[in-house]
Design a protein around this ligand. Sequence first.
Ligand SMILES: *Cc1c(COP(=O)(O)O)cnc(C)c1O
Length: 455
Amino acid sequence: MPPLKPYEKDRNLLSPNRNIAPITATVNEQGKLCIGGCLLSDLAKRYGTPLYILDEESIRTSCAAYRESLDKFYEGSSLAIYASKANSSIAISSIIKSEGLGLDAVSTGELITAMQGGIDGHSLFLHGNNKSQEELLIAYNNQATIVIDNEQDINILEAIVPKDDKKAKLMLRLTPGIECHTHEYIRTGHLDSKFGFDPDKIEEVFYRLKDCKWASLEGLHAHIGSQIFELQPHQDLAEVLVESMLLAKRIGHEIKDLNVGGGLGIKYTLSDDPPTIQDWIKVVAQAISKACQDRGLGLPRLICEPGRSLIGSAGLTIYKVGSRKIIPGIRTYLSIDGGMSDNPRPITYQSEYSACLVDKPLEPPEENVTLAGKHCESGDILFKDLAIPHSNFGDVLAVFGTGAYNSSMGSNYNRIPRPAMILVRDGGSDLIQRREQPEELLRYDVLPEHLRALM
Ligand SMILES: *Cc1c(COP(=O)(O)O)cnc(C)c1O
C-alpha cells in the first residue's frame, strides 16, 4: 500500500517526487481513495477507463519547489524549464507558463503545443540529436533558444538564418562523460552517447561559432540521464560545465547560461528513496557557484530542466479489473482494460510501480496477482507480483506515478484508442485530453483505387 500522506507537511520542504501518490491523496470516511478532492471511483464512472489523472496541486507544488529552491540556494539568476517530452499538452503547458517556468521541446509537435499553451519564445528551448529544418526554422522564427547537438544543426542553421536579420540564440550541448546508475536506455551523459558534442570537439566548435555572424552562443548544456537518485554525478557535472564555460569565454563567447539538465528521480515503489527537489537544487547550485568561484568567474544564469520529477508523481492511471486466469500452483493473472499502449515503461525498461484498489486502498492484501494488460504480447505485464485485496470484475485499480513518460510514450498498439486525461483540483475535474474514439484511428488510412475496385 503506498503511503498516502505527504512526505513532509511543511510546504517549504514538500517535494512531490518523494510521494508515491499525488500529495492531495486522502482516504474518505468510507475508506475510499480521493485525489484532488475527487473520489476516484466517481471519476471512473464519469470519464471511463483507462483514465490518466493529473493532480494540479502536485504539479504546482513541484514547480514552486524548483523555483523557490533556485532563488534560495543560488545567488545568480535562474530558470527552471519543464522537459515537455515527459507529458506534453496545451493544458500542462499553460500551467507551466502560469508558474513562470520555461519549457523544453524536441519536435514541431512539442513546440506548437507549448506555444498554444502560452509559452513564448524567450522561455522555449529546442533540443534534439537530429533536428529537421522545419523544427529549426520554427524555433528560430519564434526566437526560441536552439540547443545545438552536432555539426549538422550548425550547417542547417547557417543555410536558413537570414544574414541581415536577428541572430539565432544558441546553447551548446556537450557529452559530459559522467556515468550514473540508471537504466542503459535513459543514460545520456557517458561518452558513448548519441547526444551532444564530444568534449574533445568543443574547442573547434567554439572557434567555428565565433565566426558565425548569424548566431550568438549564449549557453552550455549537459544532461546526464533520468531517474537518478545520486547527487554526486550532478556535482561532477558542474565542474565539466564551468570548465567548458571558461574555455568558451577565452575564445570570446559571452556565456550567460549554464543548463544542468534534468534527471532527478521519483518514488515509484516503497524502496525508492530519491532526494527532495530542494536538496537536488541545493547541491547543483552550490557546485556551480563553487566551480565559478574557484575560477574567478561571475555566476551565469542557472537553468535546470526537470521532466519526471516535475510531473511524474502528480499522475496516476485508473483501470477496470477484467478477466482472471488462475494457473494452480503457478500464478493468477488479473487483466485490466489498458496496458503497454498507455504505459510502455514496464515492457521497455522493466519499470516497477505501486498500485491499489481505489475503494479499498488501506485494506491488507489477500492475494498475489500478475497484473496483465490487454495487448497481444506476453510481455504486456504491468506488475509481475502485486499483493492486493481480492477484487471483482469491474473494480477500479489505480497505478501511481504515471504522470511522466506514460501518455507521451503511449501508442495505439492493437488499435486501442488513447485514454482521456483529466486534471483534478479542489474537488473538481476537467478534461484536458479527450478520449480517442476507435473510428478516429482510421482517419489516416487510405485505400488505393485498385484495392477499392476489388471490394
Ligand atoms: C529527458 C530530458 C530531460 C528531463 O529528464 P527527466 O529525467 O525527466 O527530468 C531534460 N533534459 C534533456 C535534454 C532531456 O533529454
